[in-house]
Design a protein around this ligand. Structure first.
Ligand code: GLY
Length: 420
């Protein structure tokens, strides 16, 4: 089969690597891709937010299956456009992807599903929001309603921080995404990510992970898109996972189906766990990045069969087969990230790294020039390894990190500390 993956990050490199392991895959195209993806797939220059362009490209290239990586094309309706053209696509409709694209919508659905989550209020003007925050006090969580590239959620530990977040959102810092603001109670506990596939009806768990959002060791410094992740997440025990399915995920999916917008694709539930009880922090309508990297290393070739069954409404026939092992990914980022950083710095030593089913360096922001790999973004490499234990996987990943020669890059040295 001919497969098209949309996206250009470490998540899409991991998806491409897993898909390529499956003998069903004849031709693999990733649009737009990156320098690492180019080792497994053809990279194509395509505007992935333009549904008509994606459909035309898929028809011209006899694509049998499309996998949508990031949230922006989902929110733009690219999966709808592909389905309407009779193409097989993995990814929710724009209406279903509102579970990520609108925080207020998610809260409405959680109300309808009676899913445990934080109490909240919604605002469309700063004065009322400021008064509410002042009355509630800190800590408190301020969320821009719409997509804000991972920057629209502020966990404010003090009242001045919370008021500043409200002002920033209503001052247009997040564009239309901040036109409405959701303010939630702060939830205590340990956060973990639960990934399930949903084909509109059947919900199939495919794994758990935890990421490290802060830039610095010891979970310090500003938030990032994620500086590393590991799977499984020990805090999400089988019992808690079952409770999350029964109390949160299945009722939400049933509520989506009832309103005529059934969900099809991967659903990423961010959960807060305290005293054995899970509560919903947020939904995402895509794989996490870098959580996808650890999930794909553990799932391997079956990932394609699972995504296809999901797109075709056959998840009830599927079982996930897990090796009883652990995977970890360490993000290497450009100095300065998540603030300003330099592009174009040279990365050496990648050719000497092992690449097999236990060790692989996924590329996020890279490009190739004259045979040299150059940094081309904030998060640049995802050094990923598997092991019989998390410690073994971690030792292997950091040994790879240490053999990469990139003076302008950095990483956290404590990925996985919570589980170890
Ligand atoms: N790593 C967090 C996310 O993908 O949203």
């Amino acid at each position: 089969m001919n497969i098209l993956i949309l996206g250009s990050g470490g998540r899409e490199h991991a998806l491409a690597w897993a898909v390529k392991q499956n003998p069903k895959c004849d031709r693999l195209i990733v649009a737009p891709g990156n320098a690492g993806i180019a080792a497994h797939a053809e990279c194509a220059d395509l505007d992935i937010l333009d549904g008509d362009a994606v459909v035309q490209f898929a028809v011209d290239n006899a694509v049998d299956f499309i996998i949508v990586g990031p949230e922006a094309p989902l929110a733009a309706g690219v999966a709808d456009r592909c389905r309407a053209a009779g193409l097989s696509v993995f990814g929710p409709s724009a209406e279903a992807a509102r579970l990520e694209a609108s925080k207020a919508f998610t809260k409405e659905i959680c109300d309808a599903a009676k899913a445990p989550t934080a109490a909240y209020a919604r605002f469309t003007d700063a004065t009322a929001a400021r008064a509410y925050v002042t009355a509630q006090g800190a800590p408190i969580v301020v969320k821009a309603d719409g997509l804000a590239a991972g920057k629209g959620v502020i966990v404010a530990m003090t009242l001045p921080e919370a008021l500043a977040a409200v002002d920033d959102m209503f001052s247009g810092e997040f564009g239309d995404a901040g036109a409405e603001v959701v303010i939630e109670d702060f939830m205590e506990g340990e956060e973990a990510s639960f990934f399930v596939l949903v084909d509109g009806e059947t919900v199939l768990p495919i794994g758990t992970a935890q990421d490290h959002k802060r830039v610095g060791d010891g979970d310090t410094g500003p938030n990032t898109g994620g500086m590393g992740a590991y799977s499984p997440a020990p805090v999400l025990t089988p019992d808690i996972a079952e409770r999350a399915l029964a109390q949160i995920i299945r009722p939400t999916m049933a509520a989506m189906a009832r309103r005529g917008t059934p969900y099809q694709g991967v659903l990423y539930a961010g959960l807060m766990i305290k005293d054995g009880a899970p509560r919903l922090v947020e939904y995402n309508a895509r794989f996490g990045d870098p959580e996808c990297q650890v999930l794909m290393l553990r799932l391997g070739a079956q990932a394609l069969d699972l995504m296809q069954a999901c797109a075709e409404g056959r998840l009830d026939e599927m079982r996930v087969s897990w090796a009883d092992d652990h995977a970890i990914t360490v993000v290497m980022a450009a100095a300065g990230y998540p603030g300003a950083y330099e592009k174009g710095t040279k990365i050496r030593g990648l050719d000497d790294l092992p690449e097999n089913s236990r060790n692989i360096t996924f590329h996020a922001g890279t490009r190739e020039k004259d045979g040299m790999i150059l940094a081309n973004g904030g998060r640049v490499l995802n050094v990923t390894a598997r092991g019989a234990t998390l410690q073994e996987a971690r030792d292997r990943a950091y040994a790879m990190v240490d053999s990469i020669d990139w003076p302008e890059g950095f990483c956290r040295r404590d990925i996985g500390w919570r589980a170890l």
